[in-house]
Design a protein around this ligand. Structure first.
Ligand code: 2NL
Length: 365
């Protein structure tokens, strides 16, 4: 483009009103210097955003320059326009570079202040599960309910009458002794078996009666690997016309086969309990050695699993049931003992020590 002629008045006139390119250059240069200085001192991403708006916004400094471009002579306009565009690009690029740097610094600052270390690996939450005693107890209940028994519950604290008297315990029976029973008062005690539940059931209903009484029982004994001061018991009672000892044997054997998922062999050994006549200890052919002899069965070939017998006529009479018309069988078994056998646990104390390493070995069913 030819330089303006001094004689071209209209052009000369225009020149006086138009901005000098050098003036624009200076202005652009100044803006760039200001921007660089401001960017240098910016310390957070919020301030950076303010700067961005100030320079690149619709009403920002760069846009102002663009607007004033129309005051530059047509011949200088493209060159000046390019410089403004270069400035715009420079500003945009520097802001783009600065942003991740500032964010990283802010994150770093926050990490310094945080007492919570989010880089630590998470802690696994363990879902609770049923205690192994309750797992087996529930299995026992399911089997017996399936065989026609219904569940009955009663008090842990009961009177001498329901725990002993109604069950044909002689006044001087050793189980009444302070050594075996936790007395709360001369008449009240912690039940030593769940037979107190059965007594109430017999008082309340005439036969046929076919119930099980699961629950905690308490005995004042020395705590060892095989006995504890409290344990879970499941008692069963079946009273009707013509209930026989054979019914007891077959019901018990069927129940144990279901519990141990095998065809078990049982043995009924005469024993004494005041509330039954005859009384029996029920043995199970050793699950571990099948009777050959091992440490589990102490080389006897048999495992003791329950006490049982035919309900004593005195017990029936006490509860108001005609002992001439009706007979019944009953049994009582300790749940812990069955769990020892089912899972090969060596020490009954493990069940109440709440050692999660022990308890977690038994997955819920
Ligand atoms: C044992 C022995 C047994 C019973 C419990 C019973 C209940 C009533 C009448 C007659 Cl109401 N008998 N229960 C019978 C024999 C044995 O338990 O050593 N259990 C852990």
């Amino acid at each position: 483009m030819s330089p303006l002629s001094p004689f071209d008045l209209s052009n000369a006139e225009r020149r006086t009103t138009k901005k000098e390119p050098t003036m624009m250059h200076q202005k652009i240069e100044q803006l760039k210097t200001d921007f660089d200085a401001e960017l240098e001192s910016v310390s957070n991403s919020a301030d950076l955003e303010t700067i961005k708006v100030k320079y690149l916004g619709k009403k920002g400094a760069v846009q102002d320059l663009m607007k004033s471009l129309k005051e530059v002579s047509a011949e200088d306009r493209p060159a000046v326009g390019k410089i403004i565009n270069d400035l715009k690009e420079h500003v945009a690029l520097r802001i783009e570079e600065a942003l991740p740097r500032l964010i990283a610094r802010e994150d770093g600052d926050r990490m310094q202040q945080e007492t919570l270390d989010i880089t630590l690996p998470g802690r696994r939450r363990h879902a609770g599960r049923k205690h192994v005693i309750n797992q087996v107890l529930d299995e026992i209940i399911d089997i017996l309910v399936g065989m026609g028994f219904s569940i009955q519950l009663g008090p842990d604290i009961d009177s001498d009458y329901y725990n002993f008297e109604a069950l044909n315990f002689a006044a001087d029976h050793p189980a009444r002794d302070m050594q075996d029973t936790f007395y709360l008062s001369p008449d009240m005690l912690l039940r030593t078996h769940t037979s107190n539940v059965q007594v109430r059931a017999m008082e309340a209903h005439q036969p046929p009666i076919r119930i099980i009484a699961p629950g905690k029982v308490y005995r004042n004994e020395t705590i060892t690997a095989r006995s504890h001061v409290f344990f879970q018991q499941v008692e069963a009672i079946y009273i009707d016309k013509g209930v026989s000892f054979a019914d007891l044997q077959i019901t018990m054997t069927e129940f144990l086969s279901k519990l141990f998922h095998a065809e078990v062999e049982t043995r009924f050994r005469p024993s004494y309990f005041p509330f039954v006549e005859p009384g029996m200890e029920v043995d199970l052919r050793c699950l571990s050695c099948q009777g050959v002899g091992c440490s589990l069965c102490k080389h006897t070939g048999w495992l003791e699993v329950a006490g049982a017998g035919m309900v004593h006529p005195n017990v029936l009479k006490h509860a108001g049931i005609d002992s001439e018309a009706y007979t019944g069988f009953a049994w009582g078994m300790g749940v812990e003992r069955l769990v020892l056998l089912k899972h090969g646990v060596k020490d009954i104390r493990m069940f109440t020590e709440n050692d999660l390493r022990f308890l977690r070995q038994f997955t819920s069913i």
